[in-house]
Design a protein around this ligand. Sequence first.
Ligand code: ADP
Ligand code: MG
Length: 270
Amino acid sequence: MKPNRSLHHLSKTFNFGHAAVSGKADCAEEAWFWETENVGSLRLEHVSKDYVTEGNAVPALHDVSLEFRAGEFVVLVGRSGCGKSTLLNLAGAMDFPTSGTVWLDEMSTSTLSDGALTRVRREKVGFIFQSFQLLPTLSVIENVELPLMLAGQSQARNTASERLRWVEMDSYANRMPYQLSGGQMQRVAIARALANAPSLLLADEPTGNLDNATSEVILALLRRIADEMRAIVLMATHSLEAAGKADTIVRLQDGRVQSVSSAEKLTGMR
Ligand code: ADP
Ligand code: MG
């Protein structure tokens, strides 16, 4: 998409369209968001990734095999540079393995057409970041509405309101991002990532810019997204702050899986 032109167009549409579609969220839409069994799956099979810079291959991941199930909250830990962001980008079909296969909902990401990739990224995957990445010229509700409009959803405004209610940010719907705290921005970013009810939520150091108390709120939301929406939640962090909320902890070292621990086996973690 061409950001400036389409954003200009979209903000105009939002201004004119607001009155027509505001009001309580449609019940059928709410039911779909909450009750449909999410059966997403994610499997990495002997995945390696080399980046090529100035003719040299930089290895980022080496022979990674992992499998996750719907409703699983996975924390990916390891030092800066160990390959966490690379793994998230491969999982979300934003990038592709040099060798091996990423299976997302039983589809190999490397074999998808451009059109199918666009749909997968838009409808199956939600992404949140350390820096929130809200669009500064759009209001809170417009930020959440955008991915719904891009997916052609007819009830975009209602669904956006519903997502904002879920993260308890509905009373901030008409604010601009610069008028929010970091924790509030991340809650809006979560609402946006959930817009199209994804089967996979990827979170790249989502608490990296937040204080401890606010981080707890965000982690609790991620836990609920796994429990209540049955999404796979895959969160990268370089600290163990989130381990207590996770089902699974994957430790990466120099692009390799060092260990996979189940929280149930670690006493007192949940
Ligand atoms: P982490 O998120 O754990 O900090 P990354 O996945 O960002 O680690 O990086 C893994 C390795 O790949 C690092 O050595 C990094 O320098 C390298 N890397 C990451 N992205 C690129 C890129 N676009 N081009 C070249 N090298 C990259
Ligand atoms: Mg990273």
